[in-house]
Design a binder for this molecule. Sequence first.
Ligand code: SF4
Ligand code: SF4
Length: 470
Amino acid sequence: MYDPKSLRAQEFIDHGEVLESLSWASENSKDGAVIRSIIEKARLRKGLPHREALALLDCEDPELNAEILALAKRIKMDYYGNRIVMFAPLYLSNYCVNGCLYCPYHSTNKNIARKKLSMEDIVREVTALQDMGHKRLALEAGEHPAMNPIEYILESIAAIYSIKHKNGAIRRVNVNIAATTVENYEKLRDAGIGTYILFQETYDRAAYSELHPYGPKSDYDWHTEAMDRAQFGGIDDVGLGVLFGLENYRYEFAALMMHAEHLEAVHGVGPHTISVPRVRAADDIDPGAFRGGITDDTFAKIVACIRISVPYTGMIVSTRESRECREKVLELGVSQISGGSRTSVGGYFERETENSSQFEVNDNRSLDEVIGWLMERGHIPSFCTACYREGRTGDRFMALCKSGKILNCCHPNALMTLKEYLVDYATPRTLEMGNALIDSEIGVVPNAKLRALVARKLTEIEQGARDFRI
Ligand code: SF4
Ligand code: SF4
């Protein structure tokens, strides 16, 4: 029985409700008047219920689709402006006791090298990341109670925050580790993490069982209810995600929207971020082996419909996607991307000689190249980590974001953190482009007092000061 307020996965992701939504959307998506009324509702920027969101996704009318894509772009600009936040994944360990069929870290894969970073390795990796210019990391680790216990994760987080190399610093550590207990989430909160991220992979319970034949992750309810435990453990910001390409994307999309509604209904705070990874080739993994492959156009439509339906959420796309695909989805609502990523354990300090990566990177450009490319396309690359550090998390963040006021922080912070990057790490070409961009964007800051403050801080950054935020 469907109940968004329930704490039981089988009720807030009710299979019957997903199926009814699929048939409702399929029928109504052919009715231009219905779609038009949903688009009008979406223009209010309050989001959409899952059935209506799915009807937009199902719509095949080219004219209406053009309106949907244009609206997604508009909403992204209204909420977050043209800043794109940068991050990098850091793989701590690929030891794992689970059997996920889409991931090369599954425990029976004997082809990959198993690695776990020591604290000395972490210093080397983080120093290399700082020397690239990164300020925000997403920690990744397989699930292995003996090799990667929570104590190891906590020690790693403390080490990462403590490393200061030249002007470098990691200011926000987001964590993507296996579903765990409320007590462990409390420990992660106390360690000062930013967002807790956990991908659902698939919301379809039967498919989930097939794809997770053994290990703790095979427990659908334990995995799906993790975000509630994280919230009860005091982690305000949680990030959802589906691994698109595994199963029917319509089912996944509807259930993802239901999960977002559930978090709002129970905790008063929806997902801080939604990630849209797609299955990629890797050792022992052939994306063609799964039933749910999607085209780039469908992928782009999914991004646009998430942006329209959950307008306040940060949306993340990684280097799993090609430059071309990232170009497209950046226009449609993505607000965070990774750059210069290595998806292997220890891959930043030295190029790996043994294969330990989780997936093949589809965008191999350096961070500096990605920064230059973003600016050429009119985006402001941002290394901002201000909200978490200013206590703007959970409902405080959401209130600012939903009122459209977060942009007053995002835009100046993007300019100041980009300036830090340019002064400390950029190549001459990127430096020149970046300074020109900042000169033109500073005029866009609407408030004269704030504009003057930012101009002053930019000068101070040139003179050696660091870490300003609004
Ligand atoms: Fe382990 Fe995560 Fe890979 Fe599954 S997806 S095998 S839990 S690392
Ligand atoms: Fe993100 Fe907050 Fe910085 Fe905006 S101001 S980029 S929402 S951390």
